[in-house]
Design a protein around this ligand. Structure first.
Ligand code: ZN
Length: 252
């Protein structure tokens, strides 16, 4: 039976699905603004053209759809057989004709959306494994996809900025990134402050002595934390004068 509505009735998950769908629509809009010839130009990601970004986002939807099939059937189907296969697939996808590349994005997004829509309410709790080897409930895939479509829309390098990304997405992204830093111990002596919000947000090593404090608006800090430049951020060491913002620790 084909459902016309999401099977989940969890309002929190429904809200997250909406955020992923909005992000997908946003990516689609930025992609549609590009001519076929412009797909050959550089993205914001080193070594990747826009073609690589589109191929990656398309194959990412397929990979996440495999996790939903896993959650639905209990038959283990990994996102990718290996990291090498994933990277090779992106390289291959980048050579597709513009129409094939656009179809890859469109069809994979529709397919993933159908998988999500038809996943039974109970199955959202079933455990699946990410490409990094983390075991997560199927509902985590919604966030995994949300992050990809919003951030890579900026990477298309045709006008989208972190200011276009909804604040709840940026906040969760920063929580992810700063947790990864913390787990690796790369945030020692680094405090990140979000200015201009209704309530100030602080991430990082706030218990550390004489920290370097990097501050800026939520979009500016998210851009910096994902390794996409220091625009709109300021840094101070140990309460001293402003210094150039250091590069953010590696995230992925
Ligand atoms: Zn990605």
């Amino acid at each position: 039976m084909v459902a016309r509505h999401d099977q989940t009735t969890d309002p929190r998950l429904q809200e997250q699905l909406l955020q992923a769908r909005r992000g997908t629509a946003f990516f689609a809009r930025k992609l549609n603004e590009l001519t076929d010839a412009e797909l050959d130009d550089d993205s914001l990601l080193p070594g990747w053209t826009r073609r690589h970004v589109v191929a990656h986002v398309g194959y990412n939807a397929r990979a996440i759809a495999r996790l939903i099939e896993w959650a639905a059937t209990g038959v283990e189907t990994p996102m990718y057989p290996s990291v090498e296969v994933r990277n090779h697939e992106i390289g291959f996808g980048a050579t597709l004709s513009p129409i094939a590349l656009r179809n890859l994005f469109d069809h994979s997004a529709v397919h993933l959306n159908v998988e999500w829509r038809d996943l039974a309410a109970d199955s959202w709790h079933h455990k699946v494994k990410t490409v990094q080897g983390r075991t997560v409930p199927a509902e985590e895939t919604v966030w995994m996809r949300t992050r990809e479509v919003w951030v890579h829309a900026v990477d298309l390098n045709n006008g989208a900025t972190f200011k276009d990304i909804p604040a709840p997405v940026l906040e969760r992204l920063l929580t992810d990134i700063t947790s990864a830093w913390h787990a690796r111990g790369t945030d020692k002596g680094l405090v990140v402050e979000i200015t201009g919000g209704t309530s100030p947000l602080t991430f990082g090593d706030s218990a550390g002595m004489s920290p370097t404090v990097v501050s800026g608006s939520l979009p500016a800090i998210a851009q910096w934390a994902t390794g996409r430049g220091t625009d709109g951020t300021t840094a101070r060491h140990d309460g001293g004068p402003a210094t150039p913002t250091p590069p953010a620790p590696a995230w992925i």
